[in-house]
Design a protein around this ligand. Sequence first.
Ligand code: G6P
Length: 608
Amino acid sequence: MCGIVAYIGPKDATAFLLEGLQRLEYRGYDSAGVAVTGKPGTLKVCKTKGRVADLAAAVPARFKGTTGIGHTRWATHGEPSDANAHPHLDNSERIAVVHNGIIENADALRDRLTAEGAVFRSETDTEVLAHLVAAHVGEGVELEDAVRAALGHVVGTYGIAVVDAAQPDRIVVARNGSPIVLGLGEKEMFVASDVAALVRYTRQVVHLEDGELATVRADGFTTFTEDARTVTRQPSTVDWEIASYDTAGYEHFLLKEIHEQPASVERTLSGRLDERFATAHLGGLNLDARELREIRRVKILGCGSAYYAGEMGAQLIEELARIPAHSEPASEFRYRNPVIEADTLYVAVSQSGETYDTLAAVQEIKRKGGRVLGVVNTVGSAIARECDGGIYLHAGPEISVASTKAFTSTVIAFALLALHFGRIHDLSPADGRRIVAGLKALPDQIREILAGEDKIAELAAEYAQSEGMMFIGRVRGFPVAREGAQKLKEISYVHAEAYPASELKHGPLALINPDLPTVALVPDDELLDKNLTTLGEIKARAGRVLAIAHRAPDAKLADHAILVPRSEPELDPLLLNIPLQLLAYHAAVALKRDVDKPRNLAKSVTVE
Ligand code: G6P
């Protein structure tokens, strides 16, 4: 999704802007642009539809300035085009603005500004900001005051960075619903919408709060509110490794992140398993045992893969703690006037911590007095800050659009929560020990599955040629099927549908034919016989079956099988999912897809 970068300091801004934009490419975008100033009165702009590499090629050699802003755009208002790319300028080409988010009253503002003489050159909502700021700057007016006054007319969400050719000694930024991070350097300052763009230059950052603005100069910054009250903000230190932002010799970030899972799972578990009491320590919950005992229900909210991870989490909580638990897309929940109950624990799941629908759901729950925990990967992100407590994943930055290691770590976090909950309720010490031992064994078991990658790659290349694929699983296996289907369709564009195995004969069996193979989750658990019966029904209709199983089913029931090591039954879904990540990855590679940046998708969806 849209990305912002900005620089002010003694060096040439353009180099940082281009490199920073490249670091944000993973979020998904369709056009990019930069604007720089330095000598008062000069403003240079270059923008183009396409990739950051296209922008770098289009930037003229003499495109230099010490103050600059850059942007990658993911189209919401108007098609991807050079004209709609940011930065946007006012008539006199003095003000340049980059913007993430959506200005809801853009049409009304556009009419008003047009009547006052503004000439619009794009279809974007952002351009109104450039004209609006220009309407407020004038002799002796500080840029920050003009921006503040302009934002007073705006309804919507934004993260913005603004430069004024007449005041090149500063960049003014503002945040309302879309992240802005300041990076502190030595006599230079950086700005970005995501720390990924900054970590090569500084680890000292300040996250702006909603409703805050900042004036950023080469030698420092000041933060203030919309009503011009100065606020003091202390920098925090980013602890993610710079190496996480490189592919480290892997062909794609996605493959690297799949292979990082033994280590990322260890980090999620680190310091959290208590063998003595056969439970989990979760320091950030901010809920003591007595408060936890009062919880009667758990409601989990997330979008995309986070929602499916939540489904696995709900299953774990019900099984281990015997508390009713349910996962729902945050994007639906927030629009249906949800009933918020005092004895329900709400859990928001988000890798990025920025997904707008999930953030809005959290805000709605809190407004109604509910208690929300966050299961979040990005420390200090908007959702993490909004929640009453939570569990950080410590999976490290996830760059590829499709979630793999963060998905797995989310399910681990839920296993820890379920264990903790369970041991406060009726989960026996023996069962607690069983789960603790099961969790500890996972990193090695994931290594074992990854060692079988070559065979999965071969199968993926074969199955990728089909017209579509069905994914089926029963009870614990169904969320695995849903995530497996999601992964395949989002990165390979092969149509995939997930169904509970039990529902197959109530409809989708009509689709089964040799060109629509089925991936079946067949763990060796109490439902094995039922699953094998379903495979028989598919084979009887000439369907092809790829089983993900603990034991290979009879050749009459499955054409191929990928075997995974056995965990505890409650934890099996975690391992059954790993081969499906590799299956989707290698199918996408076989079909020559843009694996890390699938078409039309974005890593964190910060708009409605
Ligand atoms: C987007 C991404 C998905 C991701 C979802 C939730 O739709 O394309 O891969 O699962 O957002 O993201 P989050 O950062 O909230 O986990």
